[in-house]
Ligand binder design. Sequence first.
Ligand code: 0O2
Length: 215
Amino acid sequence: MMETNQAADRELLRLQEEMEQARFRYLYESAVKSVMEMIKREAAFLETLFRREILSNINGRVKAPESIERKLQKKGCAVNLETARARLNDIAGVRAACFFLDDVYELAKRLKKQKQLRFIKEKNYIENPKASGYKSLHFIVEVPVETKNGAEWVRVEIQLRTLAMDFWARLDHRLCYKKDLKAAKSVQRDLRKYAEIIARVDVQMLSLRKRIDAI
Ligand code: 0O2
């Protein structure tokens, strides 16, 4: 048991060292920055077009070595950077929240027109929420990062959602996500119920905005 723990510690240490390498940091930090700038630019375009604020908040990150280790172990993969780059789609991640539901889709439409993005995969957890109640629109994209050998396409996970969905997801993340609460059925049930309540309010706020727009 002790030997297993020591081997896992060594793997994590090596992963941390690999992730500290300048080339890796440059590629993934540039990819995050580039996608964030693109989203902000497209949101600004929509703000001018619709004359209202679109983007509530946006953030980006390169996944921490401990989270990469956990995810690789969950998938039954070896813990090293090469496997992580091959098997994980979200080493680089950008999350953006819009005030209203229709703006999430408008923003997604604008992003799909970007020549600088290759769309690899789409998961619509707004239409098909996760069992937890989680709602969000996910895209796996690739974005070019300039290197001395030409452009390298780096994968980034984009999560787009409303401010209300973001509120639920952030609280869930703090309270439950990744904790083993499988036994606590009532916690799961309540979280799902609150996600549904929030979703109803989201739709009502959108129809209120449309009524106000029409006045
Ligand atoms: P963290 O800490 O947020 O980064 P894939 O290989 O893309 O098919 P993956 O990566 O499991 O499979 O993709 P999935 O399930 O589409 O999206 C995973 C991410 O969505 C998570 O990343 C969370 O950010 C978010 N997410 C999914 N389910 C929930 C949930 O129930 N609650 C909350 N709060 N967030 C959720 P990570 O790496 O798990 O976590």
